[in-house]
Ligand binder design. Structure first.
Ligand SMILES: Cc1ncc(COP(=O)(O)O)c(C=O)c1O
Length: 394
């Protein structure tokens, strides 16, 4: 069975993590992997999460199975967090999943069963797991232009021109906020235009919300998705609690579908639960229960929002400091886009050779497409990174 097997190519980001670990130089800087870090270089357990886990530990009297879709309290709490009162919650079908990746997978599994002929339109560029999962499931995919490297902003005209080619039933996959890897988000007008396009063509939006609260604030980051939800009859959502609750390894996510009415939502919820059954049966409970506990307690919610605000502001401060330092050294506004982007990532615009040079000569690790995780910067490393970038990118 295994004689002819060749191992799949290792994931590039995982490879990069390994290279960083093996690098013995002092002063190396990890701007590669997509996890939040404090200025001390730690990815801590949030205080609100610790407190919630303690409450769970004290009160939980069974580790028995819960439900195929996860705990109803978790699903309700997440509907509230993501949608507030933008749509009636009875129209939202939902199931817990192992992380946001699991949610993307389960949503696409459902699409594969219901409309196998649908094309999934993805932004150029996007998180590499999007095309990987789509092609693994055997769904068709097409790219739409998104990032304009010259301006460091959205290629609005290119995006709408490409998306004019969508067919009824196609999916338009959009990042809810803090686009990975570009850091460029849609404005409310863009979300409205997307809604109008979906209404006129019958395409279905699929929102991947992996960084809620990392951009401008929870409500601000959710505003586009909520606006869209208010416009269209149907929508798909994959959300992650990895980043905003710092629950990476506990695997907390949710797959959702906004349906035309309550009856369709009940059937779709059943389908999502059934799909969970086929793939892994019950979604992980521990992290989801911590989220549910936080969102169900006003004090813990305040604490969590405060911690999230600190993380967000820290990343924004790093962006501004790096852009200012680059401006000072180069005397140009070439890197001003860094301060305008949101979330953890930006594309620096370096070539592969320049990315390698930054790594080999300066110990600065970026992903191969020059994606930089701004959370990896510190007040000490910002001048060094700016100097190296100015030198290498001349
Ligand atoms: C765009 C996007 N979607 C989904 C995810 C899912 O993350 P996880 O499976 O760790 O929750 C990520 C994480 O990197 C992401 O960047």
């Amino acid at each position: 069975m295994f004689e002819t097997l060749t191992a799949p190519q290792p994931d590039k980001i995982i490879q990069l993590m390994q290279m960083f670990r093996e690098d013995t130089r002092d002063g190396k800087v990890d701007l590669g992997v997509g996890v939040y870090k404090t200025p001390e270089g730690k990815t801590p357990v949030m205080k609100a999460v610790k407190a919630a886990e303690e409450l769970v530990w004290q009160t939980q009297d069974s580790k028995g199975y819960v439900a195929l879709a996860g705990d109803a309290g978790y699903l309700a709490a997440m509907k509230g967090l993501l949608f507030a009162d933008a749509v009636p919650h009875a129209r939202l079908a939902a199931a817990g999943t192992p992380g946001g990746t699991g949610a993307v997978r389960q949503v696409l599994e459902m699409v594969k069963r219901l409309t196998p002929e649908a094309t999934v339109w993805i932004s150029a560029p996007t998180w590499p797991n999007h095309p990987a999962i789509i092609s693994y499931l055997g769904l068709a995919t097409r790219e739409y232009r998104y990032y304009d490297a010259d301006s460091g902003g959205l290629d609005r005209a290119g995006m709408m021109e490409d998306l004019a080619g969508v067919q009824k039933g196609d999916l338009i996959l959009v990042h809810g906020c803090c686009h990975n890897p570009t850091g460029v988000d849609l404005t409310l007008d863009d979300w409205r235009a997307l809604g109008e396009l979906c209404l006129s063509t019958g395409a279905i939006p699929f929102v991947d919300m992996a960084y809620l609260g990392f951009g401008q604030g929870i409500e601000e980051d959710a505003a586009g998705m909520r606006l869209l939800a208010g416009m269209v009859p149907e929508m798909l959502i994959a959300a992650s609690c990895s980043k905003n609750f710092g629950l990476y390894r506990d695997r907390v996510g949710i797959a959702m579908a906004l349906c035309g009415d309550e009856k369709a939502a009940a059937a779709t919820g059943g389908m999502l639960a059934w799909l969970n059954r086929q793939n892994f049966a019950f979604p992980p409970d521990h992290g989801a229960r911590a989220v549910q506990t936080i969102l169900g307690d006003a004090g813990l919610t305040d604490l969590w929002r405060e911690e999230l605000r600190e993380m967000r502001e820290g990343m924004q401060a790093n962006r501004e400091a790096l852009a200012a330092e680059l401006q000072r050294i180069t005397g140009s506004d070439r890197f001003a886009f860094l301060a305008a982007h949101r979330g953890m990532f930006s594309l620096l615009g370096a070539s592969l050779e320049q990315v390698e040079q930054l790594r080999e000569e300066h110990g600065i690790y970026l992903v191969f497409d020059s994606r930089m995780n701004v959370a990896g910067l510190t007040p000490e490393t910002i001048p060094l990174v700016a100097k190296a970038v100015a030198e290498v990118m001349g």
